[in-house]
Design a binder for this molecule. Structure first.
Ligand code: HEM
Length: 559
């Protein structure tokens, strides 16, 4: 026994010394040689002080970004989690564009990928490199304009079902003084977008507008709520760095995720198998299989004869991507719609103008009686309405559901700049690039570029759909998959579902605004970034995201 003690001590010492050296090197030495240190940036007052909440909290971030541009220029050094984590915050459109275009150099950090993978599997959101490329290639045909057109009738159907449900709610209550009935539009639209993505994604009826009892719906909902819950942050972080901990000592969060995943695996796995069988039977009989949901299209694209065998993806990957569409495609769209309705409630004149434009293309027949062709024509008419287009773009500019994103440099790089670079010593350099070393985090500022007064003009923080008829020239430099906005990101990792969400947004706006009038309640609604930018009622954060609005039936001439 006495002999063991020195042995244990020496073992501890031999583990402790390398660990300490590692920490000292990364915390105190390596940061001194980080080229980012040369850039100007806001001061850090304590050893573990950081700028995360100033940059990420949408209540503060617009002012923070404006102040940074003013004081430190358009490429700013900010502090991440600790002294080892100096990050680049590029507010120069050329620099942001470089980061997003070069997705092999600037990858998503392994920490966020591991967290996403632990919930929904390694689908397109989490995968990198060759695996991501293969998945994106298989999924791209499913999102073509032609294939999405086939999904339009089901979006109309669900929009109409929501409208009928709200009518029932209004009929069941007697609104005082005809002001309208308070409805949490955030909650209801989220149920409807879940229904849409269930049907469009894999032909599955959640029926969430009617009730929330479906087993698969409950599993997805619970898992996504865990993803956005504050929970025990430290335990979650430890689980990311030491995944074995989740296996050996699972906490409540890990157990719940496991339970949800078991349901999803069983129900969605069965769906995948039955679709595969039907596609094969269709091929054998020569009659084909005509369903147009994303799962069918993914499966077909995966067996297409022009796709080399090594480019195909497994059934497991297919399931992970269906999970990914559910995760990436439901809350984002419902939040975009919720924010648009809130903005229109705050600007009744714009709501009236938009409603008039929507009525100008409304067919005389109720939606439930329209043929597929008539719905197709209505969809085309809606796509071409200029004010609807302006309102949608403006809302997506002003409140992008994805507030910002993160990338990490996988190699040393030079990032081009188009504005003078402010340096740490107070000087301003006209250098045309900045050096980034491997391992540096880059904050992708979606909201910041969308709201930049130097780009969009002094009224950039206001809701003004008409701005889109006369944009400042500087807007052209902003990278973006959609209308020079970073809302759907840009480059090879931009949003694959952008067109689909536009169909959903415009259809729902058409149906809801031609049936109802929306007004604000006296509750104050504010934005908070909880994975996505969500509405909360002031003083009721613990109740979760909500957006109560006064809703009443539209009556011609009483608008
Ligand atoms: C208003 C609605 C939406 C917004 C604002 C939005 C926004 C975004 C953004 C900003 C990204 C890039 C994320 C990053 O770089 O970290 C992204 C990626 C993605 N989105 Fe969307 N999205 C929306 C709707 C949808 C829909 C409806 C779907 C699917 C049906 C979808 C599927 C995806 C997928 C799969 C990715 C990952 C793409 C890749 O990495 O290759 N999104 N989205």
């Amino acid at each position: 026994m006495p002999l063991l003690r020195p042995l244990v001590l020496s073992l501890i010492c031999s583990a402790f010394v390398p660990l300490l050296s590692f920490a000292v090197y990364h915390v105190l030495i390596a940061p001194r040689f980080n080229p980012l240190r040369k850039l100007a940036g806001p001061p850090v007052r304590t050893l573990f002080g950081n700028h995360m909440s100033s940059v990420l909290d949408p209540f503060r971030s617009p002012k923070t970004h404006a102040l940074y541009v003013d004081k430190y220029g358009r490429n700013v050094r900010i502090r991440g989690l600790g002294p080892w984590d100096d990050r680049l915050l590029p507010l120069d459109p050329v620099s942001v564009s470089h980061v997003l275009k070069n997705s092999t150099i600037y990858e998503k950090p392994w920490q966020s990928r591991r967290l996403i993978t632990s919930l929904i599997g390694c689908g397109m959101l989490a995968a990198e490199g060759y695996i991501h490329k293969r998945q994106r290639r298989v999924a791209t045909p499913a999102f073509s304009i032609q294939n999405l057109r086939a999904l339009v009738p089901l979006v109309f159907r669900k929009g109409n079902e929501l409208q009928e449900k709200w009518r029932e709610l209004l009929d069941g209550m007697s609104p005082a003084e005809d002001k309208g009935v308070e409805i949490d539009v955030c909650h209801w639209i989220s149920r409807a977008t879940f229904d849409v993505i269930g049907l469009a994604g894999f032909d599955y009826h959640f029926n969430a507008i009617q009730n929330e009892s479906d087993e698969l719906f409950a599993a997805y909902k619970e898992m996504f709520e865990i993803a956005v819950s504050q929970g025990d942050g430290l335990r979650t972080v430890l689980g990311i760095y030491f995944p074995l901990l989740n296996v050996l000592l699972p906490d409540q969060r890990v157990k719940t995720v496991k339970r949800c995943q078991t349901v999803i695996h069983r129900v969605a796995g069965k769906l995948i198998q039955s679709k595969k069988t039907r596609i094969m039977e269709g091929e054998k009989s020569g009659s084909g299989y005509a369903d147009k949901d994303l799962l069918t299209l993914l499966l077909k694209s995966n067996v297409a004869t022009d796709l080399p065998a090594d480019q195909r993806i497994s059934d497991e990957d297919i399931l992970h991507n269906i999970n990914t569409f559910m995760f990436a495609g439901s809350d984002t769209t419902s939040l975009a719609l919720t924010w648009t309705l809130l903005l229109l409630a705050r600007h009744p004149d714009m709501q009236t103008r938009l409603r008039a434009e929507l009525f100008s293309v409304a067919p005389p027949t109720p939606i439930s009686c329209l043929t597929a062709d008539e719905i197709g024509s209505l969809h085309v008419a809606l796509s071409n309405l200029p004010y609807l287009n302006n309102v949608t773009r403006e809302s997506l500019r002003l409140v992008p559901p994805v507030h910002s994103s993160l990338r990490v440099a996988t190699q040393d790089d030079e990032i081009p700049t188009s504005y003078p670079v402010h340096l740490n010593d107070g000087s301003v350099s006209d250098q045309r690039s900045i050096r980034i070393s491997k391992g540096t985090f880059v904050h992708v500022p979606v909201e910041a570029l969308n709201l930049d007064k130097g780009i969009w003009g002094e009224d950039a923080w206001e809701f003004d759909p008409d701005r889109w008829d006369n944009l400042p020239e500087a807007v052209e430099a902003v990278p973006g998959l959609y209308s020079n906005l970073l809302t759907f990101s840009a480059g090879p990792r931009s949003c694959i579902g952008m067109r689909f969400s536009m169909i959903e947004m415009k259809t729902f706006l058409y149906i809801l605004l031609t049936n109802f009038v929306f007004a604000e309640t006296d509750k104050k609604i504010y934005k908070a970034n909880v994975v996505l930018t969500r509405p909360y009622v002031s003083g009721q954060f613990k109740k979760g995201s909500q957006c109560p609005l006064l809703v009443k039936r539209y009556k011609a001439g009483v608008d």
